[in-house]
Design a protein around this ligand. Structure first.
Ligand SMILES: Cc1cc2nc3c(=O)[nH]c(=O)nc-3n(C[C@H](O)[C@H](O)[C@H](O)COP(=O)(O)OP(=O)(O)OC[C@H]3O[C@@H](n4cnc5c(N)ncnc54)[C@H](O)[C@@H]3O)c2cc1C
Length: 407
């Protein structure tokens, strides 16, 4: 799927930025904006409602090809769009459906799979989740053990019978479908015996066990497959060719992994917290420990933004970016964690109280407490996952050492 079909002048990008800002200002409900600003959990209904607003404007999947309601935006236009949404406190949308399985089906799906699934992603009928990781297969994903064996039913249809389990499956509790990597040849080399299946979450034999995190939020699940029958037509690509398909996902959007806009938004939150909090009779902004840490984070953010800009200019000049972009995820995810740590330290002991209800709806802050305190600890723990998901920091270090530095 081509990301960069058109190029944009600086002036047209700035005009577009204004257009997105104006749209979000009128389309995003104030209640949702406030929840995102305070770091509270956004419900499935609120996420879907926001996606409907984007869909009505034609902006749900603008980077998809024109045949599938895409707009052929340049990479820069897309980056501006995402930045504006993040800075305006819009909830994250459709990562797994729009950014992962949609592009995979566009690239590798059969015409029948495309005709069935893509419209249902675009009209928000299907919520997808990703079934890659297993209890003993995370960083070393190719060691996955969930397996699928072919059988012919009495009526002559061919199916895979799937057994095993997937773990850390984000939002599986909401999902209608799951895309899974399964082993279809145990004798082959690890990467070569894997297939890519699309599985209806209502299939008999599937069960979902919630895994509530240290933050108290229900993001994760373990999904069990017990003799689950999956039509062979629901395999994407050839049998045993699933690894290449799974890997192709990683090529998308590498520059956005720095999460510059998200870091900016979070740092602005810390600035807002500091403006509310006093310590030893002084505004927090004037306390040396806070000022030093805040400035250090600000400098790291600007350095990261400059690095992304440099990569963008190289990409714009037609250069193919290599594995060095891995540094962006490493730096961006670490920065997010350090910003959230500072938010908790700035808010102090008030962040220790745990009130689950206050994670969903802004509550009246307790006397002397900032409204940011309710979810600050949870938010800090949620961001621990940023240096694990999508390739842990240790793995990123190894790749950079080997592939970029040649060590
Ligand atoms: C927020 C979040 C959302 C997620 N959502 C999903 C999802 O929707 N679907 C899904 O399939 N998975 C999901 N995951 C799982 C994620 O892909 C795995 O957590 C990740 O691949 C790491 O695997 P693991 O947890 O098994 O850790 P392990 O691979 O067991 O790693 C444990 C530790 O050992 C280190 N380590 C491992 N190998 C090496 C090595 N070779 N060299 C040096 N250090 C090493 C790791 O860096 C880590 O610190 C999610 C994870 C998080 C945090």
């Amino acid at each position: 799927m081509s990301e960069s079909i058109t190029t944009d002048s600086e002036a047209s990008l700035e005009a577009f930025r204004g257009e997105v800002r104006a749209f979000v200002a009128q389309a995003l409900p104030e209640t949702v904006r406030e929840k995102v600003r305070l770091g509270l959990e956004v419900s499935k209904d609120e996420m879907i409602a926001w996606q409907h607003r984007l869909a009505e404007r034609g902006w749900l999947a603008p980077h998809w090809p024109r045949d599938w309601q895409g707009l052929g935006w340049s990479a820069e236009r897309r980056a501006v769009f995402q930045e504006e949404l993040v800075l305006a406190h819009a909830p994250e949308t459709g990562g797994i459906s729009i950014e992962m399985i949609g592009p995979i089906l566009i690239r590798y799906g059969t015409p029948a799979q495309q005709q069935y699934f893509l419209p249902r992603i675009l009209n928000l009928e299907h919520w997808w989740c990703q079934g890659y990781s297993e209890p003993n297969a995370g960083s070393d994903l190719a060691s996955l053990k969930t397996h699928a064996v072919r059988k012919t039913r009495a009526d002559g249809t061919e199916v895979y019978v799937v057994n095993g389990s997937k773990i850390w499956t984000s939002y599986a509790q909401y999902a209608d479908w799951i895309f899974c990597l399964v082993r279809t040849d145990s004798a082959a080399r690890a990467q070569q015996g894997i297939s890519f299946l699309l599985i209806d979450m209502r299939s008999p034999g599937i069960s979902v066990r919630p895994l509530v995190g240290i933050h108290g939020w229900h993001l994760f699940n373990q999904v069990f497959f017990d003799d689950v029958e999956v039509p062979v037509d629901h395999r994407v690509g050839d049998e045993n060719a699933g690894w290449g398909i799974a890997k192709s996902l990683l090529e998308h959007e590498r520059l956005n992994l720095a999460r510059v806009a998200e870091n900016r938004r979070r740092l602005a939150k810390v600035r807002a917290i500091a403006a509310e909090v006093e310590e030893a009779g002084q505004p927090l902004t004037e306390r040396p420990w806070f000022a030093r840490r805040f400035r250090e984070l600000d400098v790291r953010l600007e350095a990261l933004a400059a690095t992304v800009l440099r990569f963008r200019q190289r990409a714009r000049a037609g250069e193919r970016l290599g594995p060095e972009t891995g540094m962006l995820k490493l730096l961006g995810s670490r920065l997010i964690q350090d910003i959230e740590n500072l938010a908790v330290d700035a808010l102090g002991p008030g962040t220790l109280a745990y009130d689950r209800a206050a994670h969903f709806e802004p509550a009246a802050p307790r006397a002397g407490q900032s409204a940011y305190a309710a979810a600050a600890s949870a938010r800090r723990f949620v961001t621990r996952g940023y240096t694990i998901a999508g390739g842990s920091s240790e793995i990123q270090h190894e790749l950079l050492a080997k592939q970029v530095l040649g060590l």
